[in-house]
Design a protein around this ligand. Structure first.
Ligand code: PLP
Ligand code: ZN
Length: 503
């Protein structure tokens, strides 16, 4: 829609203006730092940072209902800069002018209702929000759109040059970082550090295809993270891991979109996400809190974070009910089908602790829960979901396994509606499906395939008397014989009934 066609009361707000007063806030010592330079940790105490808009309260001059109207009308604008996560510009990076925003099609992923079979199976009504339908096929694109838009702003307006964007990754961060870097290729080069053999073939192919330098490191993600942190402390690089607080801002868009998709009535929802490095769950909570603060939503949804038994440090931390006695201990991870969340020492743990506290203060002790599931439950859940119309990856399976367990153990009100994060596209993790279908899991995974859940292609074989077109040019008669023989064999396999009067 053209700007002059918007109703007069929102016309002046549809196209946002750059504004706000953004600073890094340290979660350890509360110090504030300017954002002109990219910071990843506090120069004073070493703790992680979040980005804060000191001029936030100016946004309260607009009422909650008016904000809703603005966001809803923005949906109709065809401006590229407002077509992705920056529909919510004022909430996630309003200092970035629209012309610097990098938009590659991220955000506004669909929410897909569970069918009757799935509702029954999960024990609760739910929707999947398919973040696998982002450009690099995972939710990481939300945070990268934000981090790279800010980088683009620094390049265009502050004279920053020759940026090397670098990250460690369990697979999807590097795919997203390499994609966004390739778009800015004149000014940005990218390099990614991957744990050798611990990302899927598809996830390895993505940064290679985008032209990034791909460096494989013997070890797991946590080891790659230590190396990349050392690099960012000692060399001139732009760190694109979720330690980079701009990533968190962009990922808040996930919550804003849920609110918008449910007409801003989110009090009855339970939002479920897998936890790895814990950036996503941090952003989800931060997003809902911000909307609530501006009166855009009037109650907060519950939040459930899910971890595998094989990578469960956040779950273990919250097992202790007494806040003062909780102690964070990193864990050594074991092989997990939820490989993108296979992290024993989450970088965003201090952010989680802070936001869980804030969230529980606003919405009650029960409003945030961490659930633990087995590898078997993750794998089975993904396969059941995919057999019922979804494109969930293994981590999306983890979300489903988590809500199913919470429902079975009465840890969630079954009258609520759950929104499950399908964090990546199933195709990225096809290798795990393949292991399940071929009975190929190494024992460490602790996944035993169920016969009725397996599937395999069925190759037709032919007697010597029937020639096939593989390798030979068949004459018309031979070809007819081939078609008839094949059709009869398929009819037999599928138990097809002949049309009356035929055959
Ligand atoms: C990164 C990732 C996760 C984990 O998210 P965190 O923000 O690290 O907790 C889960 N699923 C997929 C598909 C991912 O790529
Ligand atoms: Zn500090």
């Amino acid at each position: 829609m053209r700007l002059d066609q918007f109703p007069p009361e929102v016309q002046s707000s549809v196209i946002p203006e750059a504004g706000g007063q953004y600073l890094y806030r340290c979660l350890g010592c509360a110090s504030l730092f300017g954002i002109e330079e990219l910071l990843y940790t506090c120069p004073k105490c070493g703790s992680v940072l979040l980005i804060e808009d000191l001029a936030w309260d100016r946004l309260k001059e607009i009422s909650g209902p008016k904000w809703r109207k603005i966001f809803d009308y923005r949906k109709m604008s065809n401006l590229a800069a407002l077509s992705g996560i920056y529909r919510f510009h004022e909430l996630i990076g309003s200092i970035i002018p629209l012309e610097d925003i990098v938009y590659l099609g991220e955000g506004h992923t669909p929410v897909i209702a569970a069918n009757a079979v799935m509702k029954e199976w999960a024990g609760i009504d739910f929707w999947y929000k398919n973040d696998g339908q982002n450009p690099s096929a995972s939710f990481k694109d939300r945070g990268m759109a934000s981090a790279f838009s800010y980088l683009n702003f620094l390049i265009n307006k502050r004279g920053v040059r020759d940026v090397l964007a670098i990250c460690a990754s369990t697979g999807d961060t590097s795919a997203a970082a390499a994609l966004y870097a390739s778009y800015l290729c004149g000014n940005v080069k990218s390099a990614v550090l991957l744990p050798a053999g611990k990302v899927t073939a598809q996830q390895l192919g993505q940064p290679l295809g985008s032209g990034a330098r791909v460096i494989e490191i013997p070890g797991v993600f946590d080891d790659c993270m230590k190396v990349v942190e050392y690099l960012s402390e000692n060399f001139s690089v732009a760190l694109m891991n979720s330690k980079n607080a701009w990533r968190i801002l962009g990922q808040e868009s996930y919550s804003y979109e849920i609110a918008q998709a449910f007409d801003y009535e989110v009090g009855g929802l339970v939002v479920v996400a897998p936890i790895g490095n814990a950036g996503n769950i941090t952003a989800i909570m931060a997003g809902f809190l911000k909307m609530h603060d501006l009166g855009i939503i009037d109650s907060l949804p519950s939040v459930i974070g899910v971890q595998s038994e094989h990578a469960n440090p956040v779950y273990l931390y919250y097992l202790e009910p007494e806040k003062a006695r909780r102690q964070f201990r990193p864990v050594t991870v074991r092989p997990s089908v939820a490989q993108a969340a296979m992290i024993g020492n989450p970088v965003s743990m201090p952010r989680v602790i802070k936001l869980v506290e804030q969230y529980r203060e606003m919405a009650g002790e029960e409003s945030v829960r961490i659930v633990e599931v087995s590898e078997q439950e993750i794998m089975d859940s993904m396969l059941v979901a995919n057999r019922n119309g979804h494109i969930a990856c293994t981590q999306g399976g983890e979300s489903l396994a988590g809500i199913r367990k919470a429902a079975a153990e009465n840890k969630v009100d079954r009258n609520r509606t759950a929104i499950l994060d399908a964090t990546a596209h199933a195709l990225k993790f096809a290798g795990f499906q393949d292991k399940y279908f071929r009975d190929g899991f190494e024992p460490e995974f602790e996944v035993a395939p169920k016969k009725e859940m397996q599937n395999a292609p069925c190759a037709l074989s032919y007697p010597d008397s029937v020639s096939s077109p593989a390798g030979a040019n068949l004459g018309p008669e031979e070809f007819r014989e081939f078609v008839e023989y094949s059709a009869a064999a398929i009819a037999d396999i599928l138990e097809l009934k002949p049309l009356k009067g035929k055959l």
